[in-house]
Write a protein that binds this ligand. Structure first.
Ligand code: SF4
Length: 695
């Protein structure tokens, strides 16, 4: 199929959480959408190469049962029959769905409704667990809801932007370009807090290369400094927050050790603290370097504490700001795609929410407790508690920690279904493979990091017999006996139901309320322009939240949470003396199923290379380009070394993208630690103890 055979189509980039608008044109090109509020026409290298990812050469085009081509009817009957039989014999918690921030909101909604409302288990989790679960947990603790209070414009209006664990120049490039454009016009300081000297640090006025996992100590030190300097907003705190006393006490208790714990120069610390204290408009951006940690939730709250204590939230140029990795991590959070959420930001521990959702769905078996989070879910597959698993739009055989163990779990699982666009290391282990419609073929919505809901619109037909995930899920649900509840005619109907569920029956309010979109006609849904939630009535559009208080906690107050410093769970020792950090590179996406097929994107970095500090390289006898073996307790790999003066001594960095399909080194996920944040369940992907030697 050719691009935009039916004319120019506006859609949304399928990669990162910036959520840029794109225009697919009849000449086969994809350009930035100047009318989209996220990017105003800009695209990064990945977004600009979207048209080159549309070849169908090796797409999945037909259902496969045990590796052999099958009819859709056969495959759907088999999936429904095996799930039904497993549930009948072993109960609803013996099955699970593992979905993805690549899913559209409509896909997510149907999957969540099927698992939590009809099968009756909380066992649906998403690969967003690897991306931003700690931010979700931190937001819920501080705000009473999972809300990003600000907008992208706040980064342009701020006088100080603090980037924590966020290589935005490579991972959220268009937002980074907006920040640099603002900095070029007026005085705007950037502070980058990252153990590595990344591309982002080159644009910063100050780089704090802190010891990995010590962000809590850094921000506790900041809170204590703000208190010492009388730089807190006591009036705002008294009117709108609670918990300040305990949070300040916890912060002050460890403040004297901040330089020692973080490994930072006291003069650099003093400069950062003075800039924060003396700048009324501050935005603190945080992403995977904060979240992917066994202390990730505390890191998020230590950051938010500083904003709540100074009233720097929900006002122009102010606020804590989580930037998500994936295009629809936010949409997944909205429908309840995480195992510990119910639906529409409602929680399992709210009896009125359980009642509301049960009645709204006419759910015969509503789950009443959270299910298993991603890493625990695959542990349960391996030990036999989960006997039927459906994986949608994600590749856990490469991307989850201890990836070899995940493969073992998939081999051991009696029944595995995988829905995807391309064959990969996970589809290779499936009993049933279902071909999915991909970007440019799917019809639905996504929500970006600033709460803007945008349309992904189709402009070509799916190859072969590939189908939209929500339709496949609905077909299976109908075959399992729930015909009426899963009988939407199109994605607009799914969206209207999702929007209606988000509204309140009798007064009340919650930040995530898009009931103003519940009456969209099919035509209005087709034409829907990007809109920020909350959307409580037709024509409403959300702005900044919490500037005047009004948090989603029972008493309306934002909570400062005490975050005494705890070292990360993963420790180095004599056997494994180095720290391995994993992450993204500029031009690749996830496990490369799309970007790995574009030569000009591969040209930026053609193979996975381990970044090694000059000191470690000398000790190991490595020169640039030499092969190095990196070994953790879980696995080992051999890659080329890049000598990188931006690496701290004792620390290595390895890109997360490469898989067995693209490189003999295999996925970095095989090596990675499965230590979890006890609150969010997010794995510590930024910190694995390893050893290295020249090969
Ligand atoms: Fe796509 Fe993100 Fe690049 Fe925008 S910044 S074009 S959303 S990858």
């Amino acid at each position: 199929a050719s691009v935009a055979a039916t004319g120019t189509v506006r859609s949304t980039c399928p990669y990162c959480g910036v959520g840029c608008g794109v225009v697919a044109k009849p000449d086969g090109t994809v350009a930035g959408d100047i009318n989209h509020p996220a990017n105003l026409g800009r695209l990064c290298s990945k977004g600009s190469a979207l048209a080159e990812t549309l070849k169908n050469d090796d797409r999945l085009t037909q259902p496969l049962i045990d590796g052999r081509a099958a009819e859709w009817g056969q495959a759907l009957d088999l999936v429904a029959q095996r799930f039904r039989a497993t549930i009948a014999e072993h109960g609803p918690d013996s099955v699970a769905f593992y979905v993805s921030g690549q899913c559209l909101t409509e896909d997510y909604y149907v999957a969540n409704k099927l698992m939590k409302g009809f099968i009756g288990s909380g066992n649906i989790d998403t690969n967003s667990r690897l991306c931003m679960a700690s931010s979700v947990a931190g937001h819920n603790r501080a705000f009473g809801a999972d809300v990003v209070p600000g907008t992208y414009e706040d980064l342009e209006l701020a006088d100080l932007v603090v980037l924590v664990g966020s290589n935005s120049a490579w991972c959220h490039p268009v937002l980074h370009q907006r920040l640099l454009a603002a900095k070029a016009k007026r005085p705007l300081r950037i502070v980058a807090i990252d153990p590595r000297r990344t591309a982002t640090c080159e644009d910063a006025d100050l780089h704090l290369a802190l010891r990995p996992g010590t962000d809590v100590a850094l921000f506790n030190g900041l809170l204590a400094h703000l208190a010492d300097q009388d730089a807190l907003d006591h009036g705002w705190m008294a009117a709108h927050t609670e918990g300040a006393e305990a949070a300040l006490a916890a912060a002050s208790a460890g403040a004297a050790q901040t330089a020692e714990i973080t490994g930072l120069d006291p003069a650099d610390l003093a400069r950062f603290y003075a800039w924060f204290a003396g700048t009324p408009r501050v935005v603190t951006v945080y992403s995977q370097g904060v979240n992917q940690s066994s202390v990730g939730t505390d890191k998020v709250n230590a950051i938010i504490n500083c904003h709540l204590a100074t009233g720097r939230i929900g006002k122009p140029g102010c606020g804590p700001f989580s930037i998500t990795g994936q295009p629809n991590a936010m949409g997944g959070r909205e429908v309840g795609g995480l195992a510990n959420q119910l639906a529409a930001h409602m929680r399992f521990d709210q009896p009125e929410a359980l009642d509301r959702v049960r009645r709204f769905w006419r759910a015969p078996n509503l789950a009443t407790k959270p299910g298993l989070k991603a890493v625990e879910m695959f542990d349960a597959v391996l030990d036999g508690r989960i006997k039927a698993l459906w994986i949608i739009a994600t590749n856990p055989a490469d991307s989850l920690p201890r990836a070899a163990r995940v493969r073992e779990a998939l081999r051991a699982c009696p029944f595995v279904v995988v829905s995807d666009c391309w064959p990969n290391d996970t589809t290779a282990l499936a009993d049933v493979v279902l071909p999915a419609a991909g970007w440019g073929e799917r019809d639905g919505t996504v929500t970006n990091s600033e709460r803007v809901i945008s349309r992904q619109r189709p402009f070509r037909l799916p190859p072969g017999e590939a189908r939209a995930d929500w339709r496949v899920l609905a077909s299976v649900a109908q075959r399992m006996g729930w015909k009426d509840a899963f009988s939407w005619s199109n994605s607009a109907a799914v969206f209207r139901e999702h929007a209606a569920l988000s509204g309140f029956e009798k007064g009340g309010t919650r930040p995530f309320d898009i009931s103003g979109l519940a009456m969209l006609t099919d035509g209005q849904y087709d034409a829907l322009a990007p809109v920020r939630w909350p959307v409580r009535w037709a024509g409403d559009a959300g702005g900044r939240l919490f500037g005047q208080g009004g948090f989603a906690t029972p008493n309306g107050r934002g909570r400062l949470v005490p975050t005494p410093f705890r070292p990360p769970a993963t420790r180095t020792d004599e056997a494994y003396p180095l720290v391995l950090n994993t992450g993204r590179i500029r031009d690749q996406w996830h496990t490369m199923t799309r970007t790995g097929r574009v030569p000009r994107l591969l040209a930026h970095t053609g193979e996975p290379r381990a970044a090694v500090s000059p000191t470690d390289a000398a000790r190991l006898g490595l020169t640039d380009g030499d092969l190095v073996r990196i070994e953790s307790v879980h696995a080992s790999t051999v890659v080329r070394a890049t000598i990188d003066a931006g690496q701290r001594v004792g620390e290595l960095f390895l890109p997360m993208h490469w898989t067995d399909e693209f490189c003999s080194a295999g996925p970095a996920g095989r090596l990675v630690s499965a230590a979890l944040d006890p609150i969010s369940g997010q794995p510590e992907l930024k910190l694995t103890a390893v050893r290295a030697q020249a090969v």
